[in-house]
Design a binder for this molecule. Structure first.
Ligand code: M6R
Length: 611
């Protein structure tokens, strides 16, 4: 969502902060700002729009400072404009605050502060924070204690970075519900909401936990809990991500790069995890809980967006092969509907970022209720990965494009491996396990083959770019793929699209079909093929325009559809790994042809860290 970056050391922080913001821009991007402190003097510069606009104006000012904080904003409270951008400050601009999250009681705090003469100039919830800190400093607190006292008054979530011109040897950061990491350098330290902002400078990071407040100096840092005085010993982690992984690698967009990376990312999700001779999977992060997982009476999968779609495929896999009743829940609903969770349930939380606020909240609720909680995350060291009892990383590599692509296929691979692990511990035969393993290993080559159809898919996209609506239809394992295809199109091309189980079409959506309505059928040759052909006929009879994702040996489908994209076959449980690829490319090319910002679609953020 919003992005935070901060620096203290001997270098000029301005270029470091601007480059950090550029790396963070994918998280949220309606405005950006920077605050610096230099020789008791402070400066704040904020701009609406992209970081490049801020950068251009800052260059003219020739600023130089060893202490600063910066922010990219994704608006929650208050329209995106220069005033509402961060940093926020107190009346004499000595305290600068950048904030990710939402302060739920800001109206009450604001009224209280106004009674003491504090004046507010923004529409944001965040602006109460510098004024609150100011009010404690006026009572004789130093910055660190004033921040701690202020946090005691806040309800809601925050990732915060604060500087104060009268204490220019430190920055103070705090976390509750919004991710923050410290980057440990040599005579310099960094803070960020995401390691990508500081990876160019250090690979030594410290992950902050909720309730922690840190005083960061240039050569050390002191971590405490909000309400205890003892110092907390923090572990320094070495991260392996490289800068190259964060670049576009010659592609026009991150999304295309990430689609094209899927033969490798899928391979990385399986690497070292397949035991062919035993027809099963080896998942280090589940070793301690594998028995409990295999004996669980029920599995619940909780996630949002694309991760929720992969969870739906997971439900089909787990019920078909592991024979454990499985339910898939929107994380946002799970927490608020008083769910029945038993001690012998296992709950899988799927999240690319590992920071989605709804999923994190659902995880915390499930832990209180005593279930075994496991994570499937991509971002190493993320909150969900750290707070679950065990889990499996997808190892898809950094995903920067807001539309999730390679994370989805890697989640499917991990779900297949988990299914295999449980099923083999239950009643799946060695031969059946080996058959799945064999098919898994063939997927990267099959994905490469589909990616070679990029040009053909681009041409099809050209024919449909002006459509106003789309229907995506699939059955069985391909129903969640229909949902995912529709989501991809909606989020980057702003075309209304709906995914449906193909058979449901006749219960309502068929009323929408006319010669303006394109329908994308996911129709590989599987046990539902004949039925889906009947659904295709139904659309054809009503003059709907049809694109079919079909099996490569299916020649007969061509007489029924306007366009077909032929893909290799695999077993049903793994088919979504292949059928989704043309849909990702179709959405991508339609959005590019419409001239839209594919990597940073309007109103969206990569990681949704507010509930
Ligand atoms: O990081 P997560 O997997 O938890 O994110 C969940 C959703 O916000 C995410 O999948 C979103 O729907 C994507 N924009 C879809 O492309």
């Amino acid at each position: 969502m919003c992005g935070i970056v901060g620096y203290i050391g001997n270098k000029n922080c301005v270029p470091i902060l601007i480059n950090g913001l550029k790396r963070l821009e994918y998280r949220g991007y309606d405005s950006a700002g920077i605050g610096i402190v230099n020789n008791g003097h402070s400066d704040v510069i904020k701009r609406k729009g992209k970081v490049s606009i801020l950068e251009k104006d800052i260059e003219k000012l020739n600023l130089n400072s060893n202490l600063g904080i910066a922010h990219t904003r994704w608006a929650t409270h208050g329209v995106p404009n220069e005033t509402n951008a961060h940093p926020h400050f107190n009346s004499d601009k000595s305290i600068f605050v950048i904030h990710n999250g939402i302060i739920e009681n800001y109206q009450t705090l604001r009224k209280g502060l106004q009674k003491f003469g504090y004046q507010f100039i923004t529409q944001t919830d965040s602006e109460v924070i510098p004024h609150l800190i100011d009010s404690f400093i006026k009572q004789g607190y130093n910055l660190f204690n004033a921040v701690r006292a202020s946090l005691g008054e806040l309800e809601g979530t925050y990732g915060l970075a604060i500087i104060y011109s009268k204490e220019p040897d430190k920055l103070v950061v705090a976390r509750k519900g919004s991710p923050l990491v410290l980057g440990v350098g040599d005579g310099e330290n960094f803070v960020a909401s995401d390691v990508s902002a500081i990876i160019a400078h250090t690979k030594q990071v410290v992950y902050l936990e909720d309730g922690e407040v840190v005083e960061v100096f240039k050569d050390h840092f002191v971590t405490k809990n909000l309400d205890e005085d003892g110092e907390i010993e923090k572990e320094v982690h070495q991260i392996s991500m490289t800068l190259d992984e964060l670049d576009k690698g010659g592609y026009q967009h991150f999304m295309l790069k990430e689609i094209m990376e899927q033969p490798d990312s899928v391979c990385n999700s399986m690497r070292g995890r397949i035991l062919f001779d035993e027809g099963t999977a080896k998942l280090g992060g589940l070793e301690n809980v594998a028995k409990q997982l295999a004996e669980s009476k029920r599995i619940i999968i909780s996630a949002c967006g694309t991760s929720w779609h992969s969870g739906m495929v997971g439900e089909y896999m787990l019920e078909q092969f592991a024979r454990i009743p499985t339910e898939v829940e929107y994380a946002s609903e799970f927490r608020y509907r008083n769910p029945i969770v038993n001690k012998d349930d296992a709950i899988l939380f799927i999240s690319q970022s590992g920071e989605t606020a709804d999923t994190l909240a659902a995880l915390r609720e499930a832990k209180i209720r005593g279930a075994l909680c496991l994570g499937i995350c991509n971002v190493v060291g993320s909150s969900i990965a750290r707070e679950t009892h065990g889990g499996v990383y997808t190892h898809a590599g950094p995903e920067i494009g807001v539309a999730s692509t390679k994370a989805f296929t890697s989640q499917l691979i991990v779900l297949a491996l988990i299914t295999l692990l449980i099923a083999r511990k239950r009643d799946m035969s060695l031969v059946d396990g080996q058959a799945i393993v064999k098919e898994l290993e063939m997927l990267p080559d099959k994905i490469s083959k589909i990616l070679k159809m990029n040009k053909q898919i681009e041409e099809i996209a050209g024919k449909f770019k002006d459509a106003k609506n789309f229907l995506y239809l699939g059955r069985g394992y391909n129903f969640p793929v229909a949902l995912e295809g529709a989501l991809k199109l909606k989020e980057i091309s702003y075309i209304h699209a709906e995914g449906y189980p193909a058979a449901e079409m006749k219960h309502g959506p068929i009323a929408l079909i006319d010669d303006n309505m394109p329908a994308v059928f996911i129709a590989p040759k599987d046990s539902t093929y004949e039925k889906i052909i009947s659904n295709i006929e139904e659309v054809r009879a009503r003059k709907g325009r049809i694109i079919a994702i079909a099996s490569e040996d299916d020649d007969s489908i061509d007489r029924l559809v306007d366009y077909s994209i032929k893909i290799p076959d695999t077993i049903r449980m793994l088919m979504p790994v292949l059928t989704v690829i043309p849909l990702q490319l179709l959405a991508y090319h339609i959005a590019v042809k419409k001239g839209l910002n594919v990597d940073q679609p309007r109103n969206l953020a990569k990681s949704v860290t507010v509930e």
